[in-house]
Design a protein around this ligand. Structure first.
Ligand SMILES: Cc1cc2nc3c(=O)[nH]c(=O)nc-3n(C[C@H](O)[C@H](O)[C@H](O)COP(=O)(O)OP(=O)(O)OC[C@H]3O[C@@H](n4cnc5c(N)ncnc54)[C@H](O)[C@@H]3O)c2cc1C
Length: 492
């Protein structure tokens, strides 16, 4: 019988718990969560307007049951709910109820949830010992890391944190929401211009404050109507492989393909290095296209992402890298499209002057009391607060090279256990690291395109299969892309 620990009760830890609870030989399953709440980084927001950026169909916690979330929401297997983008808070409730009610398949025993931060893992021949804030070691046979990402991407100009400056980790940070309520009329800098940045902007505008968004591209995501429409013409593996032969062929092929779904999204310049329009005028043309229902491309992209995740690992790494580079910008912009309602809100804010978006020639400095936005050669304005919506670096776990994984201090900027390092450890020692497995955001970097909850769910499923098959115990960082297909958006 096996005793398994999972570190982290975010989407990945919860998906892993659901998958592993079914294993026939699990005697004890325990999830450690430092924050006390279940749901992790991405779904802890009270704002009902903060929607998941993946439709219900792609967010089931069970890889073998696509309708698990939809049924939890009260729908059935044919429900149109599958295509909807629901509030993040609902998804957190789904994570919470799935984990809190989870029982082991063999004994019916409740899965333990322990409110404790794990800071060290001692690897022994026979298993592992976890040490956390309680200082009492917990003994397990296997441990699954699902701690997400913690160190933030910091652009130049910001080197350290200060408690006197108001800086928030994400738009979903409860402290950020409190700040907005208590300080209407503030000027708030948002680092990033993608979907979580749009959520930040939404909250700032609702609090009658001014938003200054900054990102390297200075581009907002495209706009989608509430529901994706109809089914795309299938891309097919043959066509995909043909396009994959070079980045140019890829751009041309995809461009022609998308032309079938509506003029606005097939234009080849959209696939180029940079869309040469300002954020506001681009936004306006996107609003028109979305209002007219030209949103089929979303489904096409969903299918494309699945194919790419399945088949790119078969390409040489050089070719894969070139292709990734060629379409990265494109995927970020088009897969993660914002709801039409948010686009209209931003458009209004642009017109009123309560929203500005800056590109790569602007950066933010830490002033004495406030943050400062600098443009080419001059300070442009002062910011009362700053919110990060710029993505995450890898987790800050440190491996001492022998047998201890340690959580680095908060001031440690560079993640200490990126996948590449772990793989290097595996190679240099010549033998695998036993008893340690990992799922979710902490494994980032192994995935060709997009990391979403579907990735974690498939990783959890893969993990279960490996445990079931009693595969030789080795350090596991992610399922290889070829064994998974994560559906970001679905056509069926
Ligand atoms: C801003 C944002 C928005 C996203 N939106 C979507 C979306 O709409 N749809 C979608 O499909 N995907 C979305 N994703 C991706 C999705 O969140 C992740 O793929 C998925 O939730 C997995 O996250 P995670 O569990 O790996 O990490 P997290 O959500 O970060 O969870 C990790 C958990 O581990 C805990 N923890 C960390 N260290 C320790 C420790 N030492 N001891 C105990 N506990 C610890 C943390 O407190 C946290 O609760 C989003 C991601 C982000 C960052």
């Amino acid at each position: 019988m096996t005793r398994i620990a999972i570190i982290g009760a975010g989407g990945s830890g919860t998906a892993a718990a659901l998958a592993l609870a079914d294993l026939p030989d699990v005697e004890h399953l325990e999830v450690f969560e430092e924050k006390g709440g279940i749901g992790g980084e991405a779904f802890d927001t009270p704002d009902q307007g903060h929607l998941c950026n993946t439709s219900v169909a792609g967010m089931s916690l069970r890889a073998d049951d696509d309708f698990h979330f939809s049924r939890w929401l009260g729908g059935n297997n044919n429900s149109p709910l599958q295509e909807q983008f629901v509030p993040r808070q609902l998804y957190r409730n789904y994570l919470r109820s799935s984990l809190e009610n989870l029982r082991l398949g063999n004994s019916g025993q409740q899965v333990n949830i322990t409110n404790e931060k794990v800071s060290k893992i001692f690897i022994r021949d026979t298993g592992v010992a976890l040490v956390g804030s309680s200082q009492n070691p917990h003994e397990f046979d296997e441990v699954v890391l699902a701690p997400g990402l913690s160190a933030l991407n910091r652009p130049s100009g910001i080197t350290d944190r200060s408690t006197s400056l108001r800086e928030y980790n994400s738009p979903y940070d409860p402290g950020f929401q409190r700040f907005l309520q208590e300080h209407p009329g503030s000027v708030v800098g948002v680092l990033g211009t993608k979907l979580s940045a749009i959520d930040a902007a939404r909250s700032v505008l609702a609090a009658s404050s001014r938003v200054v968004m900054v990102s390297p591209s200075g581009q907002l995501p495209a706009v989608r109507k509430e529901n994706p429409l109809g089914s795309p013409f299938p891309i097919g593996i043959r066509r995909f492989k043909d396009w994959s032969s070079s980045p140019q062929r890829f751009c041309q092929g995809l461009s022609n393909y998308l032309a079938q779904f509506g003029e606005n999204y097939g234009k080849s310049e959209l696939l180029g290095e940079r869309v040469e329009e300002s954020a506001s005028s681009q936004l306006r043309s996107d609003i028109v296209a979305a209002s007219e229902g030209k949103s089929h491309w979303q489904l096409a992209v969903g299918e494309f992402v699945d194919l790419a995740n399945e088949h790119w690992s078969e390409l040489s790494s050089r070719k894969m890298f070139a292709l990734k580079k060629a379409i990265y910008r494109w995927i970020v912009r088009y897969v993660s499209a914002m709801p039409l309602e948010n686009a209209i809100l931003l458009d209004l804010a642009f017109r009123e002057g309560s929203l500005v978006v800056h590109g790569s020639d602007h950066f933010i400095h830490r002033g004495d009391k406030k943050f400062e936005l600098h443009g080419p050669g001059r300070k442009i304005e002062e910011l009362d607060a700053l919110v990060w919506a710029a993505g995450f670096k890898s987790s800050n776990w440190k491996f001492d090279g022998r047998s201890v994984l340690e959580l680095a201090g908060d001031d440690e900027e560079v993640g200490a256990l990126p996948v590449s390092r772990r793989l290097a450890v595996e190679r240099s020692s010549g033998k695998p690291l036993p008893h340690i497995w990992a799922v979710g955001n902490t494994t980032r970097g192994r995935y060709p395109i997009v990391n979403a909850i579907r990735t974690s769910v498939l990783q959890a499923h893969d993990l279960k299969s490996r445990f079931l098959a009693a595969a030789p115990r080795r350090f596991y960082c992610t399922s290889s892309a070829s064994s998974t297909s994560h559906k970001i958006l679905r056509g069926e």
